[in-house]
Design a protein around this ligand. Structure first.
Ligand code: FAD
Length: 221
């Protein structure tokens, strides 16, 4: 297999190394590896990627992607891993963004994608439940339509980074009449775990390490 890098690839490799040398410094590395400051550190790293235009290489160019070749992606990720710099947190830029790019309407793309790109929103994933892990089709969290909103009832568990999250994307049951693999919908909901106001008293975060979420009558549009 031909593995020698072209002159263009070698120039790209040099650009990546220069960027990492400048942007991934010891102070930022220490901030990211300290649990108390991890969120600030990761957001600062992602903002540096954003300013360079490298926060979401795999996105379509019209939404902020880089249009890299496979070799350039390999070079970037190899060099990034070699210096111990983290990937961008996947829940937003990879998982929910891919759904919004593929199935979202223009208003949803305009609302969510720029905020993910600029690390202004932190997302978490609400799939697993106490009785539904590998067998995710057994999930029980219900979403009942009420006007323009869904009322969510149930619990999620193992929700990584929930304590930092502004938004959660969840798999919920919107129909129980068919096979368990059917009737499952993908919803997202604004979360403000720091906000203990009345509208948020309907769910309780339980302590880390991996948060579990007990939700009663919470609403999402
Ligand atoms: C660090 C960490 C972070 C996580 N973060 C998230 C998150 O952010 N959001 C989220 O939704 N979930 C998260 N999860 C949950 C993760 O998705 C589940 O742990 C995973 O789906 C397995 O489910 P379970 O833990 O309930 O194990 P189970 O499904 O109960 O499985 C237990 C064991 O049984 C085996 N097993 C299960 N079914 C079968 C079968 N049919 N045949 C043979 N063997 C089987 C499994 O392989 C496993 O070894 C996280 C988990 C971890 C450990």
């Amino acid at each position: 297999m031909h593995t020698r890098l072209s002159d263009e690839d070698l120039a790209f490799q040099a650009e990546v190394r220069q960027f990492l040398h400048e942007a991934w410094d010891n102070e930022l590395a220490a901030t990211c590896s300290n649990r108390a400051t991890m969120k600030q550190g990761v957001e600062e790293w992602q903002r540096r990627l954003y300013r360079k235009g490298w926060m979401a290489p795999h996105w379509p160019v019209e939404h902020g992607g880089t249009d890299w070749t496979v070799t350039q992606s390999f070079i970037y990720n190899s060099e990034r891993a070699a210096v111990g710099a983290p990937e961008a947190v996947a829940f937003g830029v990879t998982m929910v963004a891919s759904v919004i790019i593929a199935y979202g309407n223009d208003a949803q793309k305009a609302r969510f994608l720029p905020r993910i790109l600029k690390s202004e929103d932190w997302w978490c994933q609400g799939y697993s439940e106490p009785g539904a892990g590998s067998d995710l089709a057994s999930l029980k969290m219900r979403a009942d339509r009420d006007g323009d909103e869904y009322v969510l009832n149930g619990s999620k568990i193992w929700t990584t980074y929930a304590q930092y999250a502004d938004w959660i994307f969840c798999l919920v049951r919107t129909d129980s009449s068919g096979r368990k693999q059917e009737g499952i919908s993908f919803v997202d909901r604004y979360e403000d775990s720091r906000d203990h106001s009345a509208s948020n008293r309907h769910h309780r975060w339980l302590p880390p390490p991996q948060r579990s979420l007990l939700r009663q009558c919470a609403r999402t549009a």
